[in-house]
Design a protein around this ligand. Sequence first.
Ligand SMILES: [Zn+2]
Length: 255
Amino acid sequence: MDQPQKPLMKAQIAPLRALQDLDKQIFRWNKDRMQKPRALEPLDREVNATKGEHDGKLKAAKDAKLEVEKKELDLKERDERRKRLEGQRDTSKSNKEYQSYNLEIAAIRTEAGKIEEEILKLMASVEDATKLAGDAKTAMDAALGKHGEAKKGVDAEIAKIDEEIRGLRERRAAAAKEVDGEFLKIYERIHKAKPDAVALAAVVQEDDGYHCGGCRMGITFQDVNTVRKGKDPVQCRSCSRLLYLEAKPQAAPAK
Ligand SMILES: [Zn+2]
């Protein structure tokens, strides 16, 4: 007589719905949590854009400096050649030879003068490019600063959500203990498989019959009757969710 009775579905509905309610809340918080970093996306783009701009300007400044260095080497080479020629000229054995050295030296001086002018121009462009790179760095630093601030805000929001989720998980663990083991197994299996984490579905009565509140598909009268009896678990034949009947406010207590 006192054999342990198999738990009835109808006795499990309330604890299962309590569990489902917590799971829905956890699901919503998790979704919210995943959305949070999206607030940073425009700032990410701004950081990337300003960083790209800065890299470009920095490279331009470096290239301009390299160009100056190259010209300076050219100039040095001319100076050395000129000095060498001047030395040779001073040991010339004839006036003709002397004049020919002078011509060559004059040509080198002209070349060197042109290079010096070029260097001056290039140095001005190095200055400009360096200034532009500096401006780009200021813009990049500002974007990084803005991003850092926004990220702090997002991180704080996420930490708050994590706190909520932690609390809910604790409550969920307690709520799960209120559900019979076999029913819990069915519930967990569906809960894990559903992208919306919803494992329970109310049977919805409409003009054209009964529907699953989860997937809107029709439910047979036979299944509805089994749900109504409240003995065995019934799963929707389309979405597999565990079906239950909403308690009617004025209905007599089910026997
Ligand atoms: Zn369904």
